[in-house]
Design a protein around this ligand. Structure first.
Ligand code: ADE
Length: 236
């Protein structure tokens, strides 16, 4: 049985309380994943336990200092029994999260998420761990917008990754359907459930026909129409 371990490092560990819920909560309870949360501030020194400083070269905002990050990541690496590690540094300047990246990460043994805040983490943290054996560093963004920090991005990535781990989903069939549609960049067809009539809107007859070949063809047409509508909205 695969067991992926996740270490999350942040100055706001409380951001991760939703991980106790739903699919991820169950995956942890059943031992499919283990999740450890670390407070970066525990690695800060001085009376103020400061974790940031002004940027060299000037500019607005604060940059997270390398030393607390180095200590926190070293500690996580030293206490892990994994043979290889993926260090994910959350930043809007990173590689964009896609289903493909999520499925690559789902094959990892050990994922470490470094959740920066402010103007991000001193870049030498990326450089230092890129030079370490058995650590693969990936700077990852969840989209072209700026969040207050990497915590919510980590939750998004974890949800996308954990549902791909064998044994996590009750019905793995849904993964098969998704993987068919995703690479062609076509969105999913619309879904309907009971009642058959709701507020004057009826479920399309064909879905009640029991003819699976026709239903499949109809769904494909619907998916294409939905994709075209989306492209018009986004001006693509
Ligand atoms: N930190 C701030 N914005 C982010 C984004 N879009 N993705 C990942 N981490 C971030």
């Amino acid at each position: 049985m695969s067991n992926i371990s996740f270490d999350l490092i942040s100055i706001f560990p409380d951001y991760f309380s939703p991980l106790k819920l739903s699919l991820i909560g169950k995956a942890e309870e059943s031992g499919l994943v283990s999740i450890n949360i670390h407070d970066l501030r525990d690695q800060a020194s001085g009376v103020h336990k400061s974790v940031d400083d002004t940027p060299y070269g000037g500019g607005a905002g604060m940059v997270m200092s390398p030393e607390p990050w180095g200590k926190a990541i070293d500690q996580v690496l030293a206490t892990s029994n994994a043979e290889s590690h993926d260090l994910i540094i959350l930043t809007p300047a990173g590689q964009k999260l896609t289903q493909q990246l999520a499925s690559e990460l789902a094959l990892s043994e050990h994922l470490i998420f470094a959740c920066g805040r402010y103007e991000g983490i001193d870049y030498r943290v990326t450089q230092y761990y890129e030079n370490q054996q058995n650590v693969r560093v990936r700077e990852v963004s969840i989209g072209d917008y700026v969040l207050g920090g990497g915590e919510v991005a980590t939750l998004v990535i974890m949800e996308a990754v954990i549902r791909l781990i064998p044994g996590v989903l009750g019905n793995p069939e849904s993964l098969v359907e998704e993987s068919h549609s995703m690479p062609e960049e076509i969105v999913e067809y619309p879904n309907f459930t009971k009642p058959a009539s709701w507020r004057g809107l009826d479920v399309p007859e064909i879905l009640l026909s029991g003819n699976h070949a026709l239903i499949k063809a109809w769904r494909f047409e619907q998916a294409k129409a939905r994709t075209a509508k989306l492209d018009r909205q986004t001006g693509e």
